[in-house]
Design a protein around this ligand. Structure first.
Ligand code: DNO
Length: 356
């Protein structure tokens, strides 16, 4: 595996490349052109400039998170072909710049969903949290308003104000769209992009839906082992793979994370590792990465990744806000650096043990 940290770019991130460079074992960043809109072609010049910026700080681009998929592709609307052409052009430009892993998601309307961005824990840290009761009590258009005040002035991925301005219309468009429709539209998209992925050896890594169930009645498909295997087999090419995100798949306690990891051998191209603490089935908060701070056995998760020979980029995922840091919720420096050190420690121990 290659330990990495997500970085949103100089204009958007409070964390600098120089700081990332000092986290032991981190040599790569996962980044994006954060100010591009879904459907827009990423120019080779802009990708190259980003690459040079990262490389001049002594790091490398280990992959992109995300190249976002336009809603019309997810909806299977008539203009999807043009939009997929644009996506292909972006992939081509990334390939030419020697970038080989792209994370994306196929969640309708919302990307990840949380009901609180700064829940206070007993140790004084703040974390993102989800309570089903709060979601049930909200109308979707109010979701953004209800959490906006805790964003620390940042633009959060998946919660861009431009996207939120259209939530009402988007909901109307998804009326009647079933999970089967979404599977069909995903298949169509994947089949069209696979040739360019093969040509430039780009590994697509779909991000699971977070939480791993339908919210606000919208269809959601990347939620469990059965559906992950279905999506892999329906376009059976190694370039069609998965981002194994423990914090997303793990929202559903029925999902056995080490078992899912083992069943996806060879098709996990990127890993997001984090821990959650559950208070009841659909009421949880994000915890420190350490197993004993949450509900997951992080040793078993990292061991499963090690056992299947996972060699792609991995990153600590959302961290707590600690030590007075002000940053994009989930994406401060300190707790993610602690997470990286912890995952590196687990990996080293598992690696050395496996040699004996
Ligand atoms: C949240 C992230 C997601 C993820 C996208 C991938 O913090 O894990 O926004 O980047 O779903 O497209």
């Amino acid at each position: 595996m290659e330990m990495t940290l997500r970085w949103y770019g100089k204009k958007f991130d409070t964390v600098t490349l120089e700081q990332i460079r000092q986290i032991p074992g981190v040599r790569g960043v996962i980044t994006t052109l954060y100010d591009t809109e879904p459907g827009e072609v990423w120019s080779r010049e802009r990708i190259n400039a980003l690459k040079e910026e990262v490389e001049s700080a002594g790091l490398e681009i280990a992959g992109i998170e995300s190249v976002n998929v336009h809603e019309d592709i997810k909806l299977g609307k008539p203009d999807r072909d043009v939009l997929i052409d644009h996506y292909i052009e972006t992939l081509e430009n990334l390939g030419k710049e020697d970038i080989h892993m792209v994370c994306y998601n196929f969640m309708p309307v919302f990307d990840w969903t949380r009901t609180e961005l700064a829940r206070k824990r007993p140790d004084g840290s703040t974390v993102l949290a989800y309570t089903q009761k709060a979601v049930d009590a909200l109308i979707p258009e109010e979701m953004f308003q209800s959490i906006a005040c805790d964003m620390n002035g940042s633009v959060m991925p998946g919660w861009e104000p431009e996207r939120m301005a259209h939530v009402k219309e988007l909901f109307a468009e998804y009326k009647g769209v079933t999970e089967e429709d979404l599977f069909d539209n995903l298949k169509y998209f994947l089949e069209r992009i696979m040739p360019v992925c093969r040509k430039y050896d780009i590994y697509m890594a779909i991000h699971p839906d977070d939480p791993a169930w339908s919210v606000f009645g919208l269809p959601r498909i990347i939620i469990n082992k059965e559906n992950l295997l279905r999506m892999m087999h329906m376009v059976d090419d190694p370039h069609n793979g998965v981002t194994l995100c423990t914090g997303s798949l793990g929202t559903n306690l029925q999902n056995d994370l080490p078992d899912i990891i083992r069943s996806l051998k060879g098709r996990i191209h990127f890993a997001h590792v984090r821990n959650l603490k559950f208070h009841s089935q659909q009421d949880f908060e994000e915890a420190a990465h350490l197993s004993s701070d949450g509900s997951f056995d992080m040793y078993e998760i990292v061991k499963a990744l090690h056992d299947i020979g996972f060699d792609g980029p991995i990153r600590p995922d959302h961290g707590r806000m600690i030590w007075g840091e002000k940053a994009m919720p989930g994406y401060g420096l300190y707790d993610r650096a602690l997470g990286a050190a912890y995952i590196n420690g687990l990996w080293e121990a598992i690696e050395k043990n496996s040699r004996n």
